[in-house]
Design a binder for this molecule. Structure first.
Ligand code: R5P
Length: 304
């Protein structure tokens, strides 16, 4: 029987696009809250003897996790052969170390919960900084899909004479790839973070590129303080409002206002998290990874 996709609330558009890419059915579930705040969950499609991929991007993870785990658990009780997770944005990737005595290493705790409830995980550009690979903390098969080729293609097709700019050394990995794809020069700025919302950025001499359109590239736009600091310096150097290009549009609280106040131009992101800035679809990139985890790896297993 073919595999089936199920979308958690808020993930219908991406799950639908993925279903079209894969040629798989998109099933349905009903998830809502009782008046006391507890979750009601019902799997409406027949999933017995099927490999199931639950689609749930994991920004604002605390409110999404219980419904997601209830769905995974219900699927197993209803006889699904495999239950995988497509989480285009993977949460809890930053606290991967105990920086101060007593802190929870939430990256590790989160990965244990996911690994306990799912057979596999597919995601897009997780924030791997001190960790080199997901399998350092996840004990299930994982696939990481990179959005940079799609970002580079978008820049090449839409921006005249771009100058790619990475706001910090961590972004060097993205910006170099996007620049190659867009056949454009790039710079990487230096960032010092003094607090959650206090970011300082230093800019090398960009005067020689003043005739180009600055495009700042980062993996996550969360508080947008990192982007905003880069935008402010680029504007101070006399350049036109830069385009802000991100993989994951987390956009916490006042992020958009922060970017506007700094003088940012257009903001463009992938649809890994639904947001008004989404312009770059990722279903086509995710589909081969999902297919291989949900179907191919199972059929490739030797029969004993
Ligand atoms: C840094 O480690 C990341 O690559 C991003 O630069 C960071 O997550 C962006 O966060 P914010 O939007 O809160 O400055």
């Amino acid at each position: 029987m073919t595999a089936i996709l199920l979308a958690l609330p808020g993930n219908d558009a991406l799950a639908g696009a993925l279903a079209r890419e894969l040629g798989w059915p998109l099933g349905s579930l009903d998830s809502r809250h009782f008046p006391d705040g507890e979750t009601y969950m019902r799997i409406e499609s027949e999933c017995a003897e099927r490999s199931v991929a639950l689609v749930c991007t994991l920004d604002r993870p605390d409110e999404k996790m219980l419904p997601l785990l209830f769905a995974a658990d219900a699927l197993r009780e209803l006889g699904a052969t495999r239950v995988g997770l497509v989480a285009p944005y993977l949460a809890y990737m930053r606290q991967d170390r105990r920086f101060q005595r007593g802190e929870a290493v939430t990256s590790r705790s989160f990965s244990k919960i996911i690994s306990c409830h799912f057979d596999w995980l597919a995601t897009v550009d997780p924030h791997l900084h001190r960790l080199r690979a997901l399998d350092e903390i996840y004990s299930i098969p994982t696939r990481v899909v990179h959005a940079t080729p799609a970002l580079g293609t978008w820049v090449a097709e839409n921006i005249d004479r771009p100058l790619l700019i990475g706001p910090d050394s961590e972004s060097a990995q993205w910006v170099a790839n996007v620049a190659t794809r867009a056949d454009a020069p790039y710079l990487v700025l230096e960032k010092r973070r003094h607090g959650d919302r206090d970011v300082e950025v230093t800019v090398p001499n960009i005067g020689q590129h003043r005739d180009r359109t600055a495009v700042i590239v980062d993996d996550i736009i969360s508080s947008a303080r990192t982007m905003a600091a880069a935008v402010a310096h680029i504007r101070a150097a006399g350049m036109a409002p830069p385009l802000c290009l991100g993989v994951h549009a987390v956009f916490a609280s006042d992020a958009q206002r922060t970017l506007d106040a700094a003088g940012a131009g257009l903001v463009v992101t992938t649809d890994s998290i639904p947001h008004g800035s989404n312009r770059i679809p990722i279903a086509g990139l995710l589909a081969p990874a999902v297919r291989s985890l949900a179907v191919d790896e199972v059929s490739a297993k030797p029969v004993h």
